[in-house]
Each structure stands twice: as structure tokens, then as C-alpha cells.
Design a protein. Structure first.
Length: 131
């Protein structure tokens, strides 16, 4: 049996509404080949006690209320920080569209969360997707 990844441990500790951030989010979406030495995890509300190899980032509590999945959090995080992806923005847009069409990402739920994002650029990027 192998040890669980730092991301899996962190998600188990913080519960629903959490997911990868930064390069970890881009990697989960298949938008980078980088493997972060320290996994960043977006957490709704208060940051928990530190875990070795994990850096927590506080995000809006509404993410927990929307019951967003880790992949949906990854989409929001890439909207916040598109530089985490190694690909052009057009490929990021295409990938998000694929995930919504396949049902892996609930576009309506993510849209609700996106329009309440504190970062204006993240909201604008979501609106520009036209989904």
C-alpha cells in the first residue's frame, strides 16, 4: 500500500469545499506538467493547523456551502491565477469547457461561486468563458 498524497491528506483534513490551488490546481486540470514541492490547498474559511508539505490558502466560505468538488475548486483557482498553467489561455478555456461538457465540473454551481469571487479578474475570466 502506498502513502496518500499530500493533497489527498489535506483534503481529508479540511473537508468539503477545498481543493488544489496554484500549480497543484493546474496539474489536476492537466494544464501543466510541473509537480509542486509544496502543495497549495484552497480552504473555505479559516486555515487549519499546518501539515508538512502543504500550504493552505484561505478562500470564501461559500465554496463549502456550494459543496464544490476539488476539480471545481481547481477551475476557480486557475481563474484566479492563470499563470499557474503552462499553456496559453485559449487552452485553459478549452479545458474548462471540456470539463463542463463532460459533467466533471458543474458549470452552474461553479458559475455561482465564480461571480462571488473576491478577485475581479477571476470573475471577468469566468464571464468571458460564456458558459
Amino acid at each position: 500500500m502506498t502513502r496518500p498524497s499530500a493533497l489527498r491528506v489535506a483534503l481529508a483534513v479540511v473537508g468539503p469545499g477545498a481543493g488544489p490551488s496554484g500549480v497543484a490546481a493546474a496539474a489536476l486540470l492537466g494544464l501543466t506538467t510541473q509537480v509542486p514541492a509544496t502543495v497549495e490547498v484552497a480552504v473555505p474559511g479559516t486555515i487549519p493547523t499546518p501539515i508538512p508539505g502543504v500550504r493552505f490558502r484561505s478562500r470564501p466560505y461559500a465554496r463549502r456551502e456550494h459543496r464544490l468538488t476539488p476539480i471545481e475548486i481547481a477551475v476557480l483557482e486557475v481563474l484566479r491565477d492563470p499563470d499557474a498553467a503552462e499553456v496559453p489561455w485559449s487552452q485553459v478555456e478549452h479545458r474548462i469547457g471540456e470539463l463542463i461538457r463532460s459533467g466533471e465540473v458543474r458549470g452552474d454551481v461553479v458559475g455561482h461561486a465564480a461571480i462571488s469571487e473576491p478577485r475581479v479578474n477571476a470573475r471577468q475570466r469566468w464571464m468571458a468563458l460564456g458558459v
